[in-house]
Design a binder for this molecule. Structure first.
Ligand code: NAD
Length: 485
């Protein structure tokens, strides 16, 4: 541990100091890879959250008045540090999160790119001059930071997702109170260390560890001014109720369908679908959660998926030959167990995998799994599984596939494989998802894509991605000026 230690353990970062929790309570961060305790960390409560919020408020005017080009330079400096440390940080990320080392390094480099992007976007953020009915008036708009932004993040991309919010929040002159998921706390310390090395001003970023109570305080406290949460739909709903009228950016769960039509390039479809099912062990909000094949290509798709699934190397994330690591926590593994049992009870069959793998140090190594004959009434079709599974549902035509796809109460990302442009557009317009990928995996991601849930579905509110995140982290102010001499 390179961060300053309090009481012999790594600390939270509040008001420019590494500190222990007010209560002295701790929790152990146990590696999903080895089962060993990686660190004992302070567990924050509402008092700690208040201290972090106060520190962020004290730093507000300094951050807001910092010239835009200086903030942009700061974001580039953060990117420089991340790039220089990505290999050592990648190792820690793997051991704490469970993903293969190469993917962990890529995630850190991807995060660096987000700070560069925010730096460039903020330099080019222009506002409008609005025509007035009165010849003596000039109407113009300016964008200002919200103030203190409460940022609450999950564990599946513990560098990438926080960096989406943090890069834009800092670039736009906000200050931040950030709570990562408990199971990705150590890598959060590393990110804050990078901020300090880059010269982020004291109090502008405050890091808290803890669970729902701390997140709730950050959301409901009158001294935070906007909320950004990436997490499950259940937590998103709770947060929306507690945030009241604060600006809210919610990126929640998905249950992405992948539709494979009978005119699709099957090789490409199988490749993209397997990536969507197993990348990050299926722990992606954009995963291919349900595979809706046309009945004419069902057998070929199933055969291809099984072959790809059997080629996956489950193992220790630091082993170079590993292509899939353990799941991050018992909650996800349990959900896999439950969704599988439900589908089997409703008539589906396991074609390959279907259980926790044996011979590993923890029970979180799950065999990559293909399930066939999944009925639309199964949990796989209605709830997010978030594990390494390809549930296959056979459909007779395009409209049936769209109906099954839309029958789920979530609507984040999906993908469609077809060689027919008209069908591609028809699907894109009919599918109730915020992002539709055509002839590309549901899990394809570029930080500049406007990204978020479809209105009225439970996948969130607002958009992340490039300029959208910059807009979400600012408020619009109008100025009316009378120019009579
Ligand atoms: P989670 O909802 O359990 O937790 C998310 C964060 O919220 C954590 O930091 C948690 O401690 C905190 N939290 C829990 N209860 C809270 C409360 N009452 N008030 C405030 N904060 C609270 O999610 P998770 O298990 O960490 O992550 C997996 C989920 O995140 C999946 O559903 C996944 O789809 C979703 N996700 C969505 C996106 C997206 O962009 N839409 C991206 C990644 C993950």
């Amino acid at each position: 541990m390179t961060s300053e230690m309090k009481a012999g353990r790594p600390s939270m970062y509040i008001g420019g100091e590494w500190i222990d929790s007010a209560s002295g309570e701790t929790f152990d961060r146990i590696s999903p890879v080895t089962g060993e305790v990686l660190a004992s960390l302070p567990r924050a409560n509402r008092e700690d959250a208040q201290a972090a919020i106060d520190a962020a408020n004290r730093a507000r005017s300094h951050m807001a008045s910092m010239p835009v080009f200086e903030r942009a330079a700061l974001c580039h400096a953060i990117a420089d540090v991340l790039e220089s440390k990505h290999k050592s940080m990648g190792e820690e990320l793997s051991l704490e999160q469970g993903k293969p080392y190469r993917e962990a390094c890529d995630e850190i480099l991807f995060a660096a790119e987000l700070y560069r992007d925010a730096a460039e976007n903020i330099k080019r953020l222009e506002t409008s001059i609005v025509p007035s009915v009165d010849p003596n008036k000039r109407i113009l708009t300016i964008r200002q930071p919200h103030g203190v932004v409460a940022i609450i993040t999950p564990w599946n991309f513990p560098m990438g997702i926080p960096s989406e919010y943090l890069s834009a929040a800092l670039a736009t002159g906000n200050t931040v109170v950030w709570k990562p998921a408990p199971t990705s706390s150590i890598i959060a310390i590393r990110l804050v260390e990078c901020f300090l090395e880059a010269g982020v001003p004291e109090g502008s970023v405050n890091l808290l560890f803890g669970e729902a109570e701390v997140g709730d305080e950050m959301v409901a406290n009158p001294d935070t001014h906007a909320v950004g949460l990436t997490g499950s739909s259940a937590v998103g709903n709770a947060v929306a109720k507690r945030a009241g009228a604060k600006p809210l950016l919610l990126e929640l769960g998905g249950n992405g369908p992948t539709i494979i039509l009978d005119d699709a390039d099957l090789e490409r479809a199988i490749e993209g679908t397997a990536f969507g099912c197993y990348h990050n062990a299926g722990q992606i909000c954009q995963s291919s959660e349900r595979i809706l094949t046309h009945s004419k290509v069902h057998d070929a798709v199933l055969e291809g998926l099984v072959e790809k699934t059997r080629s996956i190397r489950l193992g220790h994330p630091l082993d170079e030959t590993t292509t899939m690591g353990p799941l991050n926590n018992e909650g996800v593994a349990k959900k896999m167990d439950e969704h599988l049992a439900d589908a089997l009870q409703k008539g589906a069959t396991v074609v390959t995998g279907g259980r926790r793998a044996e011979g590993f140090p923890t029970a979180l190594y799950y065999e990559p799994t293909v399930v066939d004959g999944v009925p639309p009434e199964s949990l796989f079709n209605h709830e997010e599984t978030f594990g390494p599974v390809a549930p296959v549902i056979s459909t007779e035509d395009l409209d049936e596939a769209i109906a099954v796809a839309n029958s789920c109460g979530l609507g984040l990302c999906c993908s469609v494989y077809t060689s027919n442009v008209s069908k591609a557009f028809y699907c894109a317009e009919q599918l109730e998802c915020g992002v539709v990928n055509v002839n590309e995996s549901a899990a394809y991601w570029d930080g500049r894509i406007p990204f978020g849930g479809y209105s009225g579905k439970g996948s969130g509110v607002g958009r992340l991605g490039g300029k959208e995140t910059i807009l979400s982290m600012t408020q619009l102010k109008s100025m009316v000026m009378d120019v009579r001499m």
